[in-house]
Design a protein around this ligand. Structure first.
Ligand SMILES: [Mg+2]
Length: 101
């Protein structure tokens, strides 16, 4: 089973309502993980090379959020191409803003 097939199987099983609620829950867990990481690093510099349980938690929650976003996109018929297209426009706009700073 491919990742896409697994996403579709799970999304079809539960449906939009429960999965949209689960997305909100996972988003709030990611927010909490980022806040916890920021609290832990208020007094010491962030280093990408050291082991950090708070960073592992963020990775875990990002994975949860991605899984839910993929399901919601599938259930709402939002294609990856559309997301990529919108993202590209937003990235270009932000790059222009940075150039004007
Ligand atoms: Mg989670």
């Amino acid at each position: 089973m491919t990742t896409e097939q697994k996403i579709q199987r799970i999304a079809d099983h539960y449906g939009y309502e429960p999965q949209s609620r689960q997305l909100v829950e996972e988003l709030s867990e990611l927010i909490q993980a980022v806040c916890k990481h920021n609290r832990a690093y208020e007094e010491r510099p962030i280093s990408v090379s050291c082991d950090c349980p708070e960073r592992d938690s963020i990775a875990e929650e990002i994975a949860d959020v991605c899984i839910m976003i993929w399901q919601i996109c599938y259930l709402l018929g939002i294609s990856n191409e559309r997301i990529d297209q919108i993202s590209e426009k937003k990235l270009d706009r932000q790059i222009r803003r940075i150039k004007n700073e």
